[in-house]
Design a protein around this ligand. Sequence first.
Ligand SMILES: Cc1cc2nc3c(=O)[nH]c(=O)nc-3n(C[C@H](O)[C@H](O)[C@H](O)COP(=O)(O)OP(=O)(O)OC[C@H]3O[C@@H](n4cnc5c(N)ncnc54)[C@H](O)[C@@H]3O)c2cc1C
Length: 456
Amino acid sequence: MPQADIVILGGGSGGYACALRAAELGKSVILIDADKLGGTCLHRGCIPTKALLHAAEVADSARESDEFGVKATFEGIDMPQVNKYRDGVVGRLYKGLQGLIKSRGVTLVEGYGKMVGPTTVEVNGEQYTGENLVLATGSYAKSLPGLEIDGRIMTSDQALTLDYVPERVIVLGGGVIGVEFASVWKSFGSDVTIVEALPHLVPNEDEACSKALERAYKKRGINLSLGVRFAGATQNESGVQVSLEDGTTIDADLLLVAVGRGPSTDGMGYDEQGVAMDRGWVLVDERLRTNLPGVFAVGDITPGLQLAHRGFQHGIFVAEEIAGEAPMPIPDINIPRVTYCEPEVASVGLTEVEAIEAHGADSITTYEYNLGGNGKSQILATAGFIKLVQLTDGPVIGIHMVGSRLGEQVGEAQLIVNWEAHPTDVASLIHAHPTQNEAMGEAHLALAGKPLHAHA
Ligand SMILES: Cc1cc2nc3c(=O)[nH]c(=O)nc-3n(C[C@H](O)[C@H](O)[C@H](O)COP(=O)(O)OP(=O)(O)OC[C@H]3O[C@@H](n4cnc5c(N)ncnc54)[C@H](O)[C@@H]3O)c2cc1C
């Protein structure tokens, strides 16, 4: 006999969002987590890193205050105080989340769970069976073959626990996590080198964004080693040395390994129960169903973008699907993406190259609005652009942005792409002056053939 309508294994973004929505829909829910409710995002991911990035922004503001006529001196980073501020943010959100889970009547079971039947999970010798089972066990920081995480060689998990600012850091991996940590450490005063085997930083973004970020990072004094593969690393009491395949060596105090995240599925009984998997990822259809009846999977354990808001959306989707609400799936490509470094990179929809691959070069029109014409960006002293990718005479199918604080603009960007708006639809709406949001309006005005603060 099932003990609940839904058993959820994993209480991160995907799992807890599913629990909250299912409870709202009147379902009984058992939510199992081996660690802290909130998962990677709240305790080791989005929230703590963004708190560090905010502290980094404050440091930059202090350092650059003269430029704005404000007399302030930057004396340095008090890392224990930064960590206290960060932990305060995480702690308040954690408490709030625990309260929410309790108030919605979700049963929280603490312990390591293993799938032992078609919809049954065993935790500490107890078995929990649901009418449906949702797998939401998330992801872990990967390393490279032969590169052991230990001591001065660390992943984001250990980097977040540092109580000092390293003098010299090597960041292995120029993806989202790597460039965010590089940004923080540079603002905190470290000498930073990013090593990326591919030719560009944030290689999944539109190349225009990657190149703009590279220019901005070089201007900030961040060293870039792009297009060269890592060969090995050694460490001793005084430092770490990284060697590259072109024979270069780089010395530093520590090495951050940010080469991606793998699915947390090992030893959890999925294989034994016959869940279809590919290299550890749990395979799902567009309705997030696994191959087993009544078993769903959400968040980072499914192949695709590893983002907390994708996890939330997956969780809500599955709860509604189980409740018979027939929700509408959102394809990964239309999920907004933000890299919260300085300057920020934000995007939704197809890159120019993807759009050309999908529709042919003759069917694609692009436009880049430079922030040079945007009053608020000038006030903030940031450079960058908003690039639109349009199906010629049709909807905008991709928006790509670089600039300080532009992550905040991804909200409107995702409405435009998801609602398949044409440039004229957006051009007829009013964007408040002087905001960076105005740049979104200006870009669409220009693409609609009536540029205002831009050359035709
Ligand atoms: C440094 C860093 C920064 C990030 N920044 C951002 C960001 O700014 N924006 C963004 O959108 N995303 C960000 N992410 C990604 C985001 O954190 C993940 O996409 C999100 O947490 C995935 O949610 P999830 O529910 O799939 O998995 P998780 O959050 O990993 O949760 C899985 C949960 O399952 C539990 N669990 C695992 N196995 C078991 C088991 N056998 N039994 C019981 N419990 C188990 C774990 O304890 C964990 O709580 C970041 C990630 C990192 C590492």
